[in-house]
Each structure stands twice: as C-alpha cells, then as structure tokens.
Design a protein around this ligand. Structure first.
Ligand SMILES: Cc1cc2nc3c(=O)[nH]c(=O)nc-3n(C[C@H](O)[C@H](O)[C@H](O)COP(=O)(O)OP(=O)(O)OC[C@H]3O[C@@H](n4cnc5c(N)ncnc54)[C@H](O)[C@@H]3O)c2cc1C
Length: 426
C-alpha cells in the first residue's frame, strides 16, 4: 500500500529521517491500517482560532475501525494523542509539539438504521462527519425533513465531538436527540455502543470532556418524521419564526427553523467564514456562569446595581437552573433538569459587556496588547484572532476579560473550550 502523505515526507521537517518514536508509529499506522492517512499539519491550520504549535504527526481516520485501531495503537505504545475534529473547541498552546493528532474525517455518509414503533427514525453518522452537513442532511430527508437537530444548525465541528460537550444552541441540546454513542473505551481498548445516560451529559459537559475516557467513533440520533421542529424554547428564534406568546410548545417546519437559526448565527459571527475574523474563534469562550443559592445571586445583582444602576441591573438576564449533584471535572454550568440545589445562571456575554468590554475590545497597547486578538465585533463572548495571533495573544485577552468581570461583579468566568498544552493563569 502506498503512503498517502501530503505534503511529501521529504518536504516535511516533522517527518525528517531521524524519526521520533511517535512519528515512527504514526508512519506504520498509516502504512498498515486501511483508512488511515498521514498528514503534516500545524494546529493553526486545524483549529478555528488558528493558533497553536504543531503535532509530531497527524493521522486522518476515514472509518470507525481505522479510528479505533489508530487510538488503540498509540495508547498501547504510550504515545500521547489528541483527537481533533473541526478544532472549533480547542485552545492549543504555541509550544505543543510531541503528540500525535488523530483526526476523524468524513467516511460513511449518514443513514437511517431503524424506525421505532412511535415513528421516530434512528439516524447513524460517523464521528468524522461535519456536524452541519449532518443537520442539513436530516432536514432534507423525506418530504418535509426529520426533526430534532434543526436548532443546532451551523455549529462548527464534527459529529464525534457533539456529545463531548453536549453541544447546544437556541434552546436545544444534542442530548435531547441522542440515541446511542459508539465509544472506544481507552482504558480497555473495547469498542461498544453506550447509552447517553452513561455520559453524565449536562450544560456544555459530558464525562468525555477534559478526560481521556474514550473516543466517539459514531453517533445515533432519534429524530421525528412529521417535518416539524422540536418545540421552540428560545425567544429570539421563536419571534423570528412568528410564534405568538399564546402558543404553548410551538413547532415550525424544520427547514424554516434551520434557515432562521443560520441567519441569526451569521449575524453574530457564529457560522465559520474564512473571510470574517469574527469567526476565527472557539465560539463562546466562557460558559454562562452559575451561582448556587439566592444569597450568591443577590450578591451579583448588588454589584451590578452599584456599577451600572438599578435600571440596568433590572434588565440583567438571570434564570433558575438546577445543578447536577454529582462530581464535575471542569466546566461550570447547570442543566434545565435533574436533581439538586437551586442555582441561577447569568449570561456571560452580558456580564462581559457591562464590565467594560464592548464588542471589538482589545487589550490596549499600553498594557501589552498586540492588536492581533480581540473580542468579536459581533458578539462579546467570542474571543477572536484578528490575524497572526499566537495562543499567548488569546490567553492575554482571556485573562483581561475574566479578571475584569471578576473585579466588576465578583463572578469567575470559566472557559468553555478544551485547553491543550496551555492553561489560563490565575
Ligand atoms: C464560530 C463558532 C461557533 C460555535 N457555536 C457553538 C454553539 O452554538 N454551541 C456549542 O455547543 N458549541 C459551539 N461552538 C464550539 C464547537 O463548535 C463545538 O464544541 C463542537 O462540537 C466542537 O467540535 P469539533 O469537532 O471542532 O471538536 P474539537 O474542537 O476538534 O475538539 C473538542 C474536544 O473534543 C474532543 N473530541 C473531538 N472529537 C472527538 C471524538 N470523536 N471523540 C472523543 N473526543 C473528541 C477533542 O479531543 C477536544 O477535547 C462554536 C465554535 C465556533 C468556532
């Protein structure tokens, strides 16, 4: 079998004759495993923030089997690896170099694998499928489209990463439609279908995030077939679709909902566009903070009142949620269901804006700002690469915003993306 490498190994400093053990293994995996291709890519090409060093080698895996065999092979040899989908939820340090990037790429197209008694279909998609391609495919099926994923239109990244942080937008979370997840358990090397209940799914969280528990190789979704969306729960979207306040559990044609979501997202720089620096981001950089108990909520409100006045404080978004009682490893947040203590969720974007960081804000030159990183000009929650930024530029911006919000309102913002080879200094 010839080795499908691009660019050629002889042109690549990372693949020079003195091969490191990681590169040697990557070369043999690409040679020996069907569906695995060796590439030479920098993290600045593989992430939407477009920053970060370079892996020792990159292995693209076109099938679930290829992905599982690659991860098993690297794990058995003790070679550090990072699974990279669309790189849209990753902050990679400038000095990262030794690990192997494992990239699931689109192989088998999505398909219907079952229909249940209630008429819902089960759709299976491979980990490397581009997420929005899957959503587009679901709404194009049949006469009127399958329902369930439409509110998640336009989210960058891959199907395999969707359960990892339980992607969500416009009042929906992917957990609502998950049927089963095919998971390679990295501690045993076994590949098996697992129930969503085993993933501790919560607000922008699962037990796959920030851990080496497993690699998702395929996902099944349970979708409706009447052409109508799931009930719309997000005011801005509902208004855009002409929902009146009197309607309970309003549903609309999935194709209309997808178009409306894409339009709203584009207006906020939340649909990838290489020509628009506002989309050179990791999406929402901080999770919406959750405080536990009414005293904590009132303390935030008092600080907002002191700084911005009662009228502004009165318009501050804040709503009750419940926080799962189990342990959480990283990731703040809450979920709209489940047991546990009363808690209150604030809007990170609102707090950032009212703490003195308007859209487009950059660290001033007098404080070491380089002009290469700044808040999106369309959304305060997106930290963006304005061109030529390094990871340290992004970190400096993140520190300034996080510290400014903490100083203004006593709220500690927690980053949403996964950090590799770099941390946000305290
Ligand atoms: C412009 C923009 C808008 C965004 N909007 C939203 C939004 O509305 N809602 C939302 O929830 N997110 C949003 N995001 C964040 C991001 O798109 C999602 O988190 C997405 O699911 C990440 O997918 P990815 O393939 O790019 O994952 P990556 O960034 O490549 O990886 C993220 C993490 O998942 C792990 N991972 C990736 N694939 C697998 C796999 N197959 N198995 C196990 N682990 C894996 C990685 O190792 C890493 O730890 C946005 C990002 C951007 C840039």
């Amino acid at each position: 079998m010839s080795l499908p490498v691009s660019p050629s190994p002889s042109e690549s400093p990372a693949l020079s004759p003195a091969l490191s053990p990681a590169v040697s293994l990557a070369v043999s995996l690409a040679r020996d495993v069907d569906g695995v291709s060796l590439r030479d890519r920098a993290f600045s090409e593989m992430t939407t923030l477009r920053v970060g060093g370079s892996p020792a080698a990159t292995l693209e895996c076109a099938t679930s089997t290829a992905l599982a065999r690659t991860v098993r092979g690297l794990d058995r040899a003790g070679v550090p690896l990072l699974v990279v989908g669309g790189g849209s939820n990753l902050v990679v340090g400038d000095d990262v170099s030794g690990l192997v990037a494992v990239v699931p790429v689109a192989g088998t197209p999505p398909s219907v694998v079952g229909v249940d008694a209630g008429g819902e279909v089960v759709v299976r998609a491979a980990a490397g499928t581009v997420w929005d391609d899957l959503v587009a495919w679901t709404v194009a099926q049949g006469d009127a489209g399958y329902g369930g994923l439409e509110c998640l239109s336009g989210i960058p990244g891959t199907v395999g990463a969707a359960p990892v942080q339980n992607i969500g937008a416009y009042g929906a979370e992917v957990s609502r439609c998950l049927h089963r997840v095919q998971l390679l358990d990295r501690s045993t090397g076994e590949l098996a279908w697992v129930e969503p209940g085993s993933l501790d799914l919560a607000y922008r969280y699962s037990n796959l995030k920030f851990t080496a528990r497993g690699v998702v190789t395929a996902v099944e979704f349970r979708l409706t077939t009447d052409g109508l969306s799931a009930p719309l729960r997000f005011g801005e979207l509902a208004r855009r679709l002409g929902v009146s306040e009197k309607e309970t559990a309003p549903r609309r044609p999935v194709r209309n909902v997808r178009e409306a979501v894409l339009e709203l997202r584009r207006g906020k720089g939340m649909v990838l566009d290489p020509a628009d620096h506002d989309t050179w981001s990791a999406g929402s950089f901080f999770t919406n903070p959750v405080v536990e108990g009414e005293d904590a909520r009132d303390a935030v409100a008092a600080k907002v009142t002191a700084r911005c006045g009662a009228a502004v404080a009165g318009s501050m978004p804040c709503y009750p949620v419940t926080v799962p009682s189990g342990p959480r490893d990283g990731g703040a947040g809450g979920t709209d269901g489940g047991e546990a203590a009363p808690a209150f969720k604030f809007s990170a974007a609102w707090l950032i804006e009212h703490a003195g960081f308007p859209k487009g804000w950059q660290v001033p030159a007098a404080q070491g700002g380089t002009g290469r990183a700044g808040l999106s000009t369309k959304h305060t929650l997106a930290l963006t690469n304005r061109g030529g930024a390094s990871c340290s530029d992004i970190v400096a911006l993140a520190v300034a915003v996080r510290d400014g919000v903490r100083e203004a309102f006593g709220v500690s913002l927690v980053p949403e993306p996964v950090w590799v080879g770099v941390t946000l200094p305290e």
